[in-house]
Design a protein around this ligand. Structure first.
Ligand code: SF4
Length: 517
């Protein structure tokens, strides 16, 4: 790969007109830790050596000591060893091609360094490290500063259950042979002192991870409730029973609430709530008395200490308002995650990171069951088009049904479009099985011109059905909705712990240095 890479050409120059040099790794071989950065900066390019200049000083004098590592413990290299001509970050394919030659190839860096731990210090390096199959799952904002791998709750020996941690294959090394710790890029610390604090936090976390690994422990939050209790409730009595233990508990003033709608913009489908970790209740939107009972129970006049927890309140408050649930006091866990600055803001990555909860993505849940519904709609369209439009379409004069009067305005365009529709192969566009790489019907719908969408709506007897939870089998939809509320509650307790930790780091007002002017 390297001999034909365009960056090898002697005339290759970067955006400042400097020659592009290949950067050699920096540090001893073998070394227990291999640190892989994304791509060289200008200093590294000039000297042809990894991690030199300002970045090198940060890495070796600041970050690595925070991780309890010395210069002799770490070898530093890049996922892509040459700068890009435009100075931008390398694409995944470029970095992968370079790494497959220099890092994982015969006699490459992995063979020479024989590391026990790989620190993938940047989004590109982290994605390349886990290989093609896992790279879609790897997300540095979610996994930074943590030992990366999969955790499953499995039946262990003697009939018991236990946690199983599966480390990934890292830069071609067999799974389990090398530990992978993704981190924020050290260079991101230059963008602001707040980001520098986060990078430093990652390296402080590495110190604990390495110590835990030495002790044979798994240094990550574990799902404390692997068999949660989620169920649907439809009556005011059930709502009261679900809330009652909550009111008597000492920490019970928080109730986490989530909502689901039919598609992204459709009517509310349910509200879900959780009052204790590992539990979740779902009230369908059409169970009006139960919804009203819940509304009453969370009013400050009913319980002055009551607080509602939401994740992404901008969405949920509006949906709850449409259900008639309003006037309550709320906190948003997404705000708290944002204010902490080093946490992801999505509920799923947050729940995995802080509570060890494996969550399923919304589109993973709804896409499969929604496809047959869209197919049925598409077949209706195809039949209606075939019936309404003759095979040989008159060029100028389009035969219109009386109720299609508005077409006259757009007859020219619609005539051409409808002719194309006749050739529309629905089976190809919407394959029966969910998953795989196929054009999303919903993306396809969004890309149509308004006239065509209007015509399709008429032929199909309505707009294309949205990707929606209403198409999902009931028990699966209930489990999904309840888990979101459960995750909101569990992440809240973890976030509060982080906020308290942070507060302890800020000296009390009396200890702060006084202004002397
Ligand atoms: S980017 Fe990688 S593959 Fe391309 S010339 Fe540089 S070292 Fe070789």
């Amino acid at each position: 790969m390297c001999p034909i890479c365009p960056r090898r050409h002697p005339s290759a120059r970067n955006e400042h007109g400097a020659r592009i040099n290949q950067c050699a790794p920096n540090g001893p071989t073998p070394a227990p830790v291999l640190m892989v950065l994304d791509a060289p900066d200008d200093n590294a390019n000039r000297q042809g050596l990894a991690a030199v200049g300002k970045l090198g000083r940060e890495v070796f004098d600041c970050y690595l000591p925070a991780a309890g590592l010395g210069r002799d413990d770490v070898r530093v290299t890049y996922a892509m060893r040459c700068q890009r001509v435009d100075g931008e970050a390398p694409s995944l394919n470029e970095a992968r091609a370079c790494s497959e030659y220099w890092l994982t190839g015969p006699g490459g860096e992995m063979e020479q360094t024989r590391p026990r731990v790989v620190v993938a210090a940047g989004p590109v390096a982290a994605k390349v490290a886990v290989g093609r199959d896992e790279s879609g799952r790897m997300d540095v904002p979610t996994y930074h500063g943590q030992l990366y791998g999969k955790v499953e709750y499995q039946r262990g020996g003697l009939g018991g259950f236990g946690w199983k941690f599966t480390p990934p294959a890292v830069f071609g090394a067999p799974a389990g042979a090398v530990h992978l710790i993704p981190t924020n890029s050290p260079a991101s610390g230059f963008a602001g002192s707040d980001l520098m604090t986060h990078v430093l936090g990652d390296y402080a976390a590495i110190k604990h991870i390495l110590a835990s690994v030495e002790r044979g422990e798994y240094p990550h939050a574990l799902d404390q409730f692997p068999f949660p209790q989620y169920r649907e409730i439809t009556t005011p009595v059930e709502v009261a029973a679900a809330l009652h233990p909550h009111y008597s508990a000492t920490r019970g003033r928080w109730v986490a609430v989530d909502t689901e709608t039919d598609g992204m913009t459709g009517p509310p489908w349910c509200l879900s709530f959780s009052t204790a970790p590992g539990t979740g209740y779902v009230i369908p939107a059409d169970a009006r008395p139960a919804v009203a009972a819940f509304h009453h129970a969370i009013q400050p006049t009913t319980n002055p200490y009551q607080r509602v927890l939401l994740h992404n309140a901008l969405f949920d408050v509006e949906v709850l308002g449409r259900l008639g649930v309003e006037g309550f006091r709320w906190r948003d866990t997404m705000h708290t995650a944002y204010q902490l600055g080093n946490q992801p803001q999505g509920l799923k990555p947050l729940a995995w990171r802080l509570a060890g909860m494996e969550m399923v993505d919304y589109s993973e849940v709804v896409r499969g069951p929604s496809i047959p519904v869209v197919r049925a709609w598409g077949e209706r369209v195809a039949q209606a088009v075939a019936a309404a439009i003759p095979t040989k379409l008159p060029r100028k004069k389009l035969v219109l049904e009386p109720h299609h009067k508005f077409w006259k305005k757009h007859a020219g365009l619609l005539g051409r479009r409808m002719a194309k529709l006749e050739e529309w192969q629905l089976a190809q566009l919407f394959p029966a099985e969910a998953g795989g790489d196929f054009p999303s019907p919903w993306d396809w719908w969004e890309e149509r011109e308004p006239n065509v969408r209007r015509a399709l709506t008429l032929f199909g007897g309505g707009v294309m059905p949205a990707e929606s939870i209403v198409h999902v089998p009931r028990d699966r939809a209930i489990a999904y909705a309840a888990r979101d509320a459960d995750a909101t509650l569990r992440t809240w307790w973890a976030l509060r712990g982080l906020v308290r930790q942070l507060a302890r780091k800020v000296p009390p007002a009396g200890d702060r240095p006084r202004k002397t002017w």
